[in-house]
Design a protein around this ligand. Structure first.
Ligand SMILES: *[C@@H]1O[C@H](CO)[C@@H](O)[C@H](O)[C@H]1NC(C)=O
Ligand SMILES: *[C@@H]1O[C@H](CO)[C@@H](O)[C@H](O)[C@H]1NC(C)=O
Ligand SMILES: *[C@@H]1O[C@H](CO)[C@@H](O)[C@H](O)[C@H]1NC(C)=O
Length: 343
């Protein structure tokens, strides 16, 4: 209801209303265990404050775990708040963060290989669903999530993202669409496809789940280091039911299903194309490079499909390769591919 009133206000008083969605917030999750990450986060917040006028109109919430790291963070946030005028506050999320981690063994990082520890997997669950379990978050209209290494700079013509969301009545804002590697998306597309068969199809879906997805399909994802969510949509029973079903698989912990491809699935199941707004290009946004791929279409055959990889590994050539590729056409392309999306 609040949002509807807000849209009315925006319609009638667009020029004089500084921000209708005043109960929106920017949110980040501090990584207490890593001082370099915290330094980067504080620098990026200072940049946000310096270049985006709108940032001072909303709360900026820094979620953190308890203990010594949390205690060390609070005075630094207070100092940044004084210096920048950002409405910064720290929020201990230990309870939600320490969700059960079934069947997960935290292995030490191996040389030259990126591994994802328990903290990373908890982060995935937190952003996918845990954050909406927080009562103060449930009271917000919109939440703009940034990562500690998200560099968001406004240009002179960059708009207030919450005003854009409200005016468009959007439920999700993103900057880029990508593909997650099959190694960390094991059976995720199959899970989404199976779930899609059990729920009513929504109108004007932006993604059609392949009917018989192989467990080694890569997974499309919204690049969630920048995302804006209409909170009321994400606390709806159907979104919560999906989150519980994901929890029940245990795969966030066992396979490191990420919040990014999970977000894609959630929106693909329940949102229409017109519910999405792409902010790619609206800001100077950097996260491991510039991010602005708005296009929602995919060919899931790309790289991830297993036959082509095993073909290379086995150095198959000639007739043997042709047979294998034929097999790929038969089961890899159809199982991993999506019909090209309509625009
Ligand atoms: C959330 O909103 C309700 C109703 O307005 C209020 O009673 C409650 O105190 C709020 N909770 C938090 C944590 O802000
Ligand atoms: C993959 O997901 C499907 C659908 O949820 C499930 O039926 C199947 O058992 C899963 N396969 C593996 C290997 O986990
Ligand atoms: C997907 O593949 C088709 C056919 O090869 C091609 O025309 C199309 O541009 C591809 N789309 C994307 C997003 O790569």
């Amino acid at each position: 209801m609040r949002r509807r009133n807000c849209v009315w206000a925006a319609g009638l008083l667009w020029l004089s209303t500084p921000a209708c969605a005043t109960d929106a917030a920017v949110a980040l999750l501090a990584d207490g265990a890593n001082p370099a990450t915290t330094d980067a986060m504080l620098r990026n917040l200072a940049t946000l404050a310096r270049t985006c006028d709108w940032a001072r109109r909303y709360d900026v919430i820094v979620f953190h775990e308890g203990g010594a790291a949390g205690d060390a963070l609070r005075p630094r946030l207070a100092a940044l708040r004084r210096r920048t005028g950002l409405r910064l506050r720290a929020r201990d999320v230990s309870d939600v963060f320490a969700a059960p981690a079934p069947a997960f063994v935290d292995r030490p990082r191996r040389r030259g290989q990126r591994t994802f520890g328990l903290g990373y997997r908890r982060m995935c669950r937190f952003w996918f669903s845990g954050v909406f379990e927080l009562e103060d978050v449930r009271n917000l209209t919109y939440l703009l999530r940034l990562d500690t290494d998200s560099e968001l700079r406004c240009r002179a013509d960059s708009r207030d993202p919450f005003e854009v969301m409200a005016r468009r009545r959007a439920i999700y804002g993103y900057v880029a669409v990508k593909m997650d590697h099959q190694r960390v998306a094991r059976n995720l597309t199959a899970f989404g496809a199976a779930y899609a068969r059990r729920v009513p199809q929504i109108q004007d879906a932006f993604f059609r789940f392949p009917p018989n997805a192989h467990k080694n399909c890569p997974a499309p994802m919204f690049y969630t280091n920048f995302e804006i969510m209409d909170v009321s949509w994400f606390v709806q029973p159907r979104a919560v039911a999906l989150a519980r079903a994901v929890d029940a698989t245990g795969q966030i912990f066992a396979s490191r299903w990420g919040d990014a491809p999970l977000r894609w699935i959630q929106l693909a199941l329940f949102a229409s194309r017109t519910d999405l707004v792409c902010f790619g290009g609206e800001y100077d946004y950097v996260h491991g490079g510039r991010q602005d791929r708005c296009d929602l279409s995919f060919n899931l055959t790309a790289r991830g499909c297993p036959i082509r990889e095993s073909l290379r590994a086995a150095r198959l050539r000639g007739a043997a390769a042709r047979v294998a590729i034929q097999r790929e056409d038969q089961w890899c392309y159809p199982v991993c591919s999506q019909q090209p999306a309509r625009h």
